[in-house]
Design a protein around this ligand. Structure first.
Ligand code: BG6
Length: 343
């Protein structure tokens, strides 16, 4: 299937997205197509990302990255909403349309509305010469190669890498120092191999899919950088296996969704180690207390999780800001295998 092929292309796809854009000597990322000078970009005080579907989830990863690395407030807007809304936006707002195809009608319409209001508009796009790429005033091409599968996989991780490099660049325009930049570049350069390592869990994920293939409802739970991962994991399952799934911030499941938990409703916890691991672990234990099966995406070497989760998929350790790139891999594979097993 094209989707499985594209899931396994991700290490190469992100190598191509990063190619020529990481400048070790200057400890920053470089882009040729933003068409805005460092001085102009320094004066940007707010950013709006507008997108649809999976691209809206990578935009959400971008929000966390920009907050963390560039200290710039970001609004993530569904394009289908933004095109008809009239949010007050200050002059120093930069708008990015995030899109794989560059042809999604709502995203194109939202971009046109933002241009009508005089905001600088850029695109993060995978298809050279597409409508959105042409109408934007500049931007970043993903170079991820054609994505045939309708359910976006390699474009998602390529968008996340592009946004990570962009957050690094904006951060280095402001308060990030050379040493920070160098360290982040080294982590980005190591990322393709980390994703290859995560792909080694394919067989383990297929076995987990066999165990839960009959379930008709899933909860996906994650926090902080892994909240968008939970949303994207749920969307993947919905889109290709037609199984109902909902993504939530892990702590939010107490306020309602926990009522849905029973022995036939698996909860997928995205919980690599991090500063809120203990909080997520207590959310997990609440689910277990209600008899809900728990599938955990956890960091290699995490021996605590095996004592409580019913199934564990291991991912390699990466710093928190890059976890979205790695923690999504098992969820893409889980959606694919459940879809195949359900015919
Ligand atoms: C949907 C696709 O139709 O469009 C999603 O099923 C995709 O996978 C969404 O994320 C947005 O598409 P694009 O090309 O604008 O990223």
């Amino acid at each position: 299937h094209y989707m499985l092929k594209e899931i396994f292309e991700q290490p190469d796809a992100i190598r191509n997205t990063m190619r020529g854009r990481l400048n070790e000597d200057e400890g920053t990322a470089v882009f040729g197509g933003l068409n805005l000078s460092p001085k102009e970009l320094r004066n940007i005080r707010r950013i709006v990302f507008t997108a649809c579907g999976t691209s809206w989830h990578s935009a959400l990863v971008g929000e966390y990255l920009f907050e963390e690395l560039a200290q710039i407030p970001v609004e993530v807007e569904y394009a289908s909403e933004l095109r008809y809304r009239n949010p007050p936006m200050s002059d120093d707002t930069l708008v990015f349309a995030i899109t794989q195809s560059g042809e999604t009608a709502d995203t194109l319409a939202a971009l046109r509305e933002m241009k009508r209001k005089g905001h600088p508009t850029l695109a993060i796009c995978n298809v050279v010469g597409s409508s959105i790429a042409q109408e934007a005033e500049g931007g970043i091409y993903l170079h991820a190669g054609p994505e045939i599968g309708v359910a976006s996989t390699k474009a998602y991780t390529s968008q996340c890498v592009a946004l990570a490099m962009l957050a690094l660049y904006f951060g280095r325009l402001r308060h990030l120092g050379y040493a920070d930049g160098r360290r982040m570049i080294e982590q980005l350069q190591a990322l393709p191999d980390k994703i290859s390592e995560a792909l080694e869990s394919n067989e383990a994920v297929r076995r987990i899919a066999e165990r839960y293939v009959e379930c008709d409802n899933f909860l996906y739970l994650g926090r902080h950088f892994n909240f968008p991962t939970a949303l994207e994991g749920a969307l993947k399952l919905k889109e290709i296996s037609y199984v109902h799934a909902e993504g939530y911030p892990a702590a939010e499941m107490k306020h309602g969704p926990i009522a849905l938990v029973d022995e036939r409703t698996p909860s997928v916890f995205v919980m690599p180690r991090g500063f809120i691991y203990d909080k997520v672990m207590s959310n997990l234990e609440e689910i277990k207390a209600r008899g809900g099966p728990v599938i955990a995406v956890a960091e290699k070497g995490d021996d605590r999780i095996r004592k409580v989760a019913d199934a564990v998929v291991e991912i390699p350790q990466v710093d928190e800001w890059l976890q979205p790139l790695v923690s999504i891999i098992p969820l893409q594979l889980l959606a694919y295998h459940i879809a195949v097993l359900r015919g």
